[in-house]
Design a protein around this ligand. Structure first.
Ligand code: BGC
Length: 372
């Protein structure tokens, strides 16, 4: 199924056509023997330790690379853009030849990537695209639009929207306005749900119903912060849900927002059971998987971060060995300067009945992590 798109003449054509870096670049400027640790000096820049997934992402990739003899510098930036920029600068001055960056604000890294390029470093955008720069060589992520589609389709099926059921009270949320992924998540879900809003099968009592996909940032939660999502849900419930009106469904783009929304619902008196709303999520964080088992969250979209780490590890080996870098999407991720050759992995839905078979049997979580 995976297409080796960047082959032979296609590489040359792409490099010319996009004005992009070659997909096969030498191991480094000096052309040392492939495999020497000098070639494999990797800087990994992750956004924050406050979310489980980034801790797993960073540590797994670091370990794989170190086991393969690479020099690795792994940094977390406390969700602060300036901090991330100076960490990347340090990695460049420390001789990093490959940078793996999960950007906090994907639009602010242009100047530091100029520095990376002047040192002939290869840049892989990790999970989140980096915008407005020629100097992003590859992008490895899960199919972000598909994440949203899965959330939208889950709601569509659970509510019987295709059968004309409704009206249901919906409260939609979106991710951080500075994260390029957030617009894809929202668009994927909204393309499924908005037609039902237009037909009146879904009603948004708070009025926070973006007119179209592009208006998503108006309901974005800065920094993907649980407490901000909680405060927003508190406001919506107290302002628009008087007189016994109940929320039936919440579109939450990820687990950190879902956890805040669930706390808000709890303090407004909602308990697990037939009248508890459908709530979506993403990431399969431990607390959310527990919530799924307890009937306080309906689903999560699972992105096996180990698979993303494996893919980036493969890319790094291909880069340092001067081989073609395998990608499977050369159309979707235009960063404003170029279409970044991407490798998209496939996300999947996890509901209560899948927790054991998908998350625990695969070793992604331990049974004890989720109280089993
Ligand atoms: C990631 C999600 C994550 C969110 C918040 C997004 O860019 O793709 O997996 O939930 O950031 O950290």
């Amino acid at each position: 199924m995976l297409k080796k798109i960047l082959t032979g003449a296609a590489i040359a054509a792409l490099a010319v056509g996009l004005g992009a870096c070659s997909s096969t670049r030498p191991a480094d400027g000096g052309g040392d023997a492939a495999g020497a640790s000098g070639d494999c000096n990797v800087g990994i820049a992750m956004p924050t330790r406050s979310l489980e997934r980034w801790i797993n992402d960073g540590e797994q990739l670091q370990k794989k690379l170190q086991d393969a003899g690479c020099t690795v510098d792994l940094q977390y930036a406390d969700n602060k853009t300036d901090q991330q920029i100076s960490q990347i600068q340090n990695q460049i001055s420390g001789g990093a030849k490959i940078l793996v960056i999960a950007a906090i604000d994907g639009s602010t890294l242009g100047p530091v990537l100029e520095e990376a390029k002047s040192q002939n470093a290869t840049v892989i955008a990790y999970d989140r695209l980096i915008n407005g720069s020629e100097n992003v060589d590859y992008y490895a992520t899960f199919d972000n639009y598909k994440v949203g589609t899965l959330q939208g389709q889950y709601i569509e099926e659970q509510l019987g929207l295709k059968d004309g059921k409704g009206p249901f009270n919906l409260e939609p949320f979106a991710g951080s306005p500075d994260d390029n992924n957030a617009k894809f998540f929202f668009a994927g879900a909204w393309d499924v749900l908005q037609p039902y809003v237009e037909k009146g099968q879904l009603v948004v009592p708070s009025g926070k119903s973006p007119a179209n996909d592009d208006a998503w940032a108006s309901i974005g939660i800065q920094g993907w912060a649980s407490d901000k999502a909680q405060a927003e849900m508190d406001n919506r419930l107290s302002s628009f849900y008087g007189d016994g009106k109940k929320v039936n469904v919440v579109l939450s783009p990820n687990d950190s927002l879902a956890i805040g929304i669930e706390a808000s619902l709890k303090s407004a008196g909602y308990t697990a059971g037939a009248d508890y709303p459908i709530i979506t999520g993403q990431d399969a964080d431990k607390a959310n998987v527990k919530a799924i088992l307890d009937g306080l969250q309906s689903m999560t979209v699972w992105k096996d971060t180990r698979a993303l780490g494996d893919r980036v590890f493969t890319m790094i080996q291909e880069i340092k060995d001067g081989k073609e870098v395998e990608v499977n999407d050369t159309e979707t991720y235009d960063n404003g300067k170029k279409v970044v050759p991407s490798y998209l992995l496939t996300p999947e839905v996890v509901v209560k009945d899948d927790v054991q078979s998908k998350l625990i049997d695969s070793g992604f979580l331990k049974a004890s992590d989720v109280g089993l």
